[in-house]
Design a binder for this molecule. Structure first.
Ligand code: PLP
Length: 411
């Protein structure tokens, strides 16, 4: 950031930013707001200014910041037992399995930590399933993915990204992935071979700018997967757990995936917890010693996730996401602005795409920040709006009062 911009900040804020800049790797370009506290949909910076969080840590904080119920579960479990490794059993993991399986109709669950680890774990499981169950010749398994996908940042995953920033300079990459356009069932069908073991796809592409595929796409994909014995893997790490107004975004499409990946809000933002959910056939191929994680399934993670799921389902957050999301979207669509190209989204996973000549989404996000709304630009011209699912109608109205002048050029 420029020196004049630093000069406008308080000494404390500027000092913290300078420290971060000088010592940290520059793999992010955050807005220059230094947050120190959060509660529900609100966060406060070190100077005491309050902001409405319209990013929710990329949907990890769906339950709202520092949810008291999750906090209490975390503190209690932290004082009892945090980590045993899977060399021994712990008393939280079976209950986590039981509650998550009942909620999602899953038969088998693999607990991991980050979202990327859940994706990697699914890739490993479906490849092994391909060899042992489908009968694909060893070393020939193929996985189909979509252009503009976002599945995380490991070498395995960025190898099948189509984003030059995500993959450039990081090769060589693992073979065995084919890329097809998102939303194009014919292209998907054409890419299937006898060696195809899985189709890995986001129900709504989040990082790509909240891209919703054409109606009927996933039904056709589901039929093609079934007909060709291909595992359908939905990456619901961002779309899942209430973000789109349903527990899982697949419910909007009327399809059921074979493997579902969740993460982010699985802990309500307290701790990295992810999971692979599947039927018995796919995860059943993993035998002792073939996959693992020191922290995966630890009692602290399980206690936090159990509380996070209870908060989400018992406090009406999924319904609230549907109701407030629909209202928020309708009101945004009603803003008369020649800057806006499209408002889209489902539930509280919303995006405002600006015309290329509107000055860029980053500039709009800076203007929103000045008015007390934190949102994130993506792909240059799209502003993502995804507040915690506990947002009230009054808070949506307050957000709209801040957003409208920015979108109409008045701020
Ligand atoms: C965030 C995200 C991931 C990666 O999760 P991490 O916890 O950052 O590794 C994977 N897939 C989708 C769709 C995501 O939004």
């Amino acid at each position: 950031m420029s020196e004049s911009a630093v000069a406008e900040l308080s000494r404390e804020t500027a000092g913290l930013i300078e420290l971060e800049h000088s010592l940290g790797a520059h793999n992010y370009k955050p807005l220059d707001v230094v947050l120190t506290r959060g509660e529900r949909v609100w966060v406060w910076d070190v100077e005491g200014r309050r902001y409405l969080d319209c990013l929710s840590a990329y949907s990890a904080v769906n339950q709202g910041h520092c949810h008291p119920r999750i906090l209490a579960a975390m503190v209690e479990q932290a004082g009892k037992l945090t980590l045993t490794s899977r060399a021994f059993r712990n008393d939280q993991l079976p209950l986590f399995y039981e509650e998550l399986a009942a909620l999602t109709n899953s038969h088998k669950i693999l607990p991991m930590n980050s979202g990327a680890e859940a994706v990697e774990s699914a890739v490993k499981a479906v490849r092994k399933w391909g060899y042992e169950v489908k009968g694909v010749p060893e070393g020939q398994a193929e996985i189909i993915v979509c252009s503009d996908n976002f599945h995380g940042r490991t070498i395995g995953i960025v190898g099948f990204s189509t984003d030059p920033d995500a993959r450039g300079g990081f090769g060589p990459f693992a073979p065995g992935f084919r890329v097809v356009p998102f939303g194009d069932a014919e292209a998907f069908e054409a890419a299937i071979t006898p060696n195809t073991v899985a189709f890995l796809v986001e129900p709504i592409q989040g990082e790509a700018g909240v891209m919703i595929p054409p109606a009927g796409y996933f039904r056709r994909v589901r039929d093609l997967c079934t007909a060709n014995n291909v595992t359908l893997i939905f990456d619901e790490i961002q779309t899942g757990l209430g973000r789109t107004g349903k527990l899982l975004a697949e419910e909007h499409e009327g399809v059921v995936a074979d493997v579902t990946l969740i993460g982010k809000a699985l802990s309500g933002g307290f701790y990295p917890v992810s999971a692979v959910l599947s039927n018995s056939e796919v995860l059943g191929v993993l035998k002792p010693g073939q996959h693992g994680s020191t922290f995966g399934g630890n009692p602290l993670a399980c206690a936090v996730a159990r509380a996070a799921l209870k908060a989400l389902t018992e406090e009406g957050m999924i319904e609230n996401s549907a109701v407030q999301g629909e209202y928020f979207k309708t009101q945004l669509q009603g803003i008369r602005s020649n800057m806006v190209r499209e408002v889209r989204g489902r539930g509280l996973m919303l995006a405002v795409e600006l015309h290329p000549e509107a000055g860029g989404a980053r500039r709009a996000c800076e203007a929103l920040r000045a008015r007390g709304v934190l949102a994130k630009d993506t792909h240059g011209h799209t502003i993502r709006i995804a507040p915690p699912l506990v947002i009230t109608r009054d808070e949506v109205d307050w957000a709209l009062e801040q957003i409208e002048p920015v979108l109409t050029g008045g701020a």
